[in-house]
Design a binder for this molecule. Sequence first.
Ligand SMILES: [Zn+2]
Length: 303
Amino acid sequence: MSYKIFFSLVFFILAVALLGIYWLGPFTEVSFGFKERNYNFSLNSSNGEVSQFYPKMRFPTSSISYRIEDCPLNKKEDMERSFEFISEKTILGFYSVQNNEEIYVTCDSQSKIEGRLFIAGEGGPTNITQTSNFNVIKQGAITLIKESKCPIPNVGIHELLHVLGFDHSPNPNNIMYELSRCNQEISQDMIDTINNLYSTPSYADLSIENVSAVMHGKYLNTNLTIVNNGLKNSEISTIRIYADDEMVKEFEIEELEIGYGSKISLQNILVFQISIDELRFVISYDQQEINKEDNEIVLDIKK
Ligand SMILES: [Zn+2]
């Protein structure tokens, strides 16, 4: 009966060898490439007579805080009427705070001259964070210099519109014209642009960027970046990596501020399948987002 033992032994050695090949091999290196990427989020800015300094500039929410400091009463009232004017015309609202304001307003009694012109005021965003959806204005500042002598507080409105991201208009009848006159008006395109920009809800928007992956035998090495392109700081989220339909890795991402990201590098993730066709990276986030479509990226084997 020794041939039985012999064949059992051969079979056993063969089984061990096959198991070894399964666990360790193949020793080839496999790289992955992009299969799809959803980055088609867009919002049409109107093509009116006044454009913004950068595309799609807005504050995180439509309710914006301000603080007025060192202003005489008449200028303070001008500024408050300016906030009221914009909130009546648009979906924006403004409220006064004691600190951590989004818009800081101050006054200067010293008349400033540029060229041969008196400067009525100065205003603009002071902190802008660029994301793939918006240029998010985190802070703005206004200095009121000349008192407005018009029925509507033109200077304050003009400077506030600068803070909201609007540039000058070439039309002398527009309130955003370089020189201030009492008969100037806010144009409908600005009102439409504001209402359009702020119609997007203030949610976070997590997306996966710059993914690369390499298989060394049965081990996966991968690099990826998770970015918050939203209008709100994100809470903790979970990332899952799937090899075909099998989950091979799961981990948490900390809270991310607007415009900030987290760079992740993972080494030696064991993948059990003999061969895989695609890797799927998925963000699981149970809060609302501006766009959920960029929460998944699929990589397929480069051929
Ligand atoms: Zn101006």
